[in-house]
Design a protein around this ligand. Structure first.
Ligand code: GDP
Length: 476
């Protein structure tokens, strides 16, 4: 009937996130792709039609050049042969391999940044997943894979030329390498310091196979490069939505992860009137007292009315059945936070009469490496946090960045307690100005080579120092 037509249209729009996602995927292989819109409020941020066309174009390139295709096999053969004979080769497909460092939050924000780089340079994005990353996400590109094949001759990059060495070769006018390893890790040095400049991009463009090791969200650097400027601003007229769009495009929970997410959500969060996510990350747990962090967290949540005050006068309040229900999702490696808050709201009524349920899905105690289930839990919790209406996150934590970006939320950033610092902090938290992740180690030199701390913010008014880390920058 006429009545039902618009409804179906709206659903199709929602299902594909306003054209961000391609159609044609098989539902059984990735249920979250078809169901997540039922769990998440529709985003007020629409992807630009230019971004959508860039994505559809990229999907074509990936389908043509992705692993196991004829083009892929030919390119690999040519690269190996030319490398041995030290001569150049013509390849129609170019690649960038993302390789992991650090925890899952770092990995996800850097994968999204690498994907933006792929879109800007027509490179095929491949991801180097070891066992600890297997089975967390669905394949993002239709009828293809993004996993870098383990049998590739470049899986182990020890014999690959570095970016620095390439720069030296360029100075000596010798021929450029075909495979280059770029290091963008969170280290104090700044080796790839001119990556945001056109002169470097011109060189890198000639390299068919790039291997990038990074834990950084280097998106602001890409906005700085003049040659990307027009393309990138057309893709993202709203500059603070890069991770929001690219994250929701790339990261679909696998069926196993979706089972964990959807069951938890239905059991503890779905029926609530409001969902509050609290993410508590301690970077030096041995010297950080839980009580001080809990006090800070409560002070933030009460001050901004995210959580209600306790009624200390009346032990029992009315037994009205129509009270509002708040679900509080706690993500932390430590059980103390969920336990204390749950205990608090069960022991006493609240002055608003609201009922508060506190749920913490896991408490892993410490960060574990090379552990698939540990990453699965982390992914589940980042996703559940992203389904909340309000978020309190820990300053400097990329785990929180993923949640805020996917959810389209500007979080309340908790003041970072370091060591045994037990003084009262006022304000205990501040509202972030954007949902974008922070780039923790932005370039320190302009393209003329002058070292400067503020060339970024003076030359690019849409890039601002991060509120949680003043050395970092992010899109405003
Ligand atoms: P960051 O170090 O806070 O920037 O975040 P990362 O995600 O890069 O690294 C921290 C890692 O520690 C996560 O990936 C998890 O493996 C683990 N972790 C930290 N906090 C939590 C948490 O609240 N829940 C779970 N399940 N794991 C966590």
């Amino acid at each position: 009937t006429n009545d039902s037509t618009p409804l179906i249209k709206i659903n199709a729009q929602n299902l594909h996130l306003d054209g961000l996602l391609a159609s044609g995927f098989d539902e059984a292989s990735c249920i979250s792709r078809f169901q997540s819109y039922l769990y998440r409020k529709a985003s007020p941020h629409k992807p630009s039609s230019y971004l959508i066309s860039k994505l559809r174009n990229y999907e074509e390139i990936h389908r043509k050049c992705g692993p196991r295709t004829r083009s892929y096999n030919t390119t690999m053969r040519n690269l190996v042969r030319s490398k041995e004979k030290h001569h150049s080769t013509n390849t129609s497909c170019k690649y960038i391999v993302w390789t992991p460092v650090n925890g899952l939050g770092n990995r996800m924000i850097s994968m999204a940044a690498t994907f933006l780089y792929s879109l800007l340079t027509d490179r095929v994005l491949l991801v180097k997943f070891e066992d600890d990353m297997m089975g967390l996400f669905c394949e993002p590109f239709l009828n293809s894979t993004w996993e870098f094949p383990k049998d590739s001759p470049f899986w182990d990059p020890t014999h690959v030329e570095t970016y620095q060495r390439m720069m030296e070769k360029e100075k000596n006018k010798s021929s450029l390498p075909l495979v280059v390893h770029l290091n963008f890790r969170h280290t104090q040095g700044d080796p790839e310091k001119f990556f945001h400049c056109d002169q470097s991009q011109k060189l890198v463009q000639k390299v068919p196979f790039l291997i990038l090791q990074t834990d950084q969200y280097f998106v602001p650097s890409l906005f700085m490069a003049p040659s990307f400027s027009s393309d990138i601003t057309q893709m993202f007229p709203e500059k603070d939505t890069v991770f929001h769009h690219l994250g929701r495009y790339l990261f679909h929970p696998s069926n196993q992860a979706w089972g964990l997410i959807s069951r938890f959500y239905q059991a503890y969060m779905e029926k609530s009137d409001q969902k509050i996510g609290l993410q508590i990350r301690l970077f030096s747990p041995d010297s950080t007292p839980h009580q001080a962090v809990l006090d800070l967290l409560l002070s933030c949540a009460l001050q901004h009315k995210l959580l209600p005050e306790l009624d200390t006068e009346n032990p029992v309040t009315s037994t009205r059945r129509s009270t509002t229900l708040k679900a509080v999702l706690v993500a932390s490696l430590f059980p103390e936070y969920g336990d204390s808050l749950r205990n608090m709201y069960v022991t006493r009524p609240t002055i608003t009469g609201e009922v508060v349920g506190v749920y913490q899905p896991s408490h892993e105690e410490h960060q574990k490496f090379h552990n698939n289930m540990h990453n699965m839990k982390a992914w589940t919790e980042m996703y559940l946090l992203s389904l909340c209406d309000e978020l309190v996150t820990t300053s400097l934590s990329t785990f929180g960045y993923v949640a805020q970006g996917l959810g389209g939320l500007k979080p309340w950033l908790l003041y970072r307690i370091v060591g045994g610092d037990e003084t009262q902090h006022d304000p205990p938290c501040v509202r972030d100005f954007s949902m974008e992740p922070c780039h923790h180690i932005p370039p320190k030199h302009d393209c003329e080579g002058k070292a400067s701390t503020d060339f970024i913010t003076t030359s690019f008014p849409f890039i601002r120092p991060c509120m949680d880390y003043s050395f970092g920058v992010k899109m405003a």
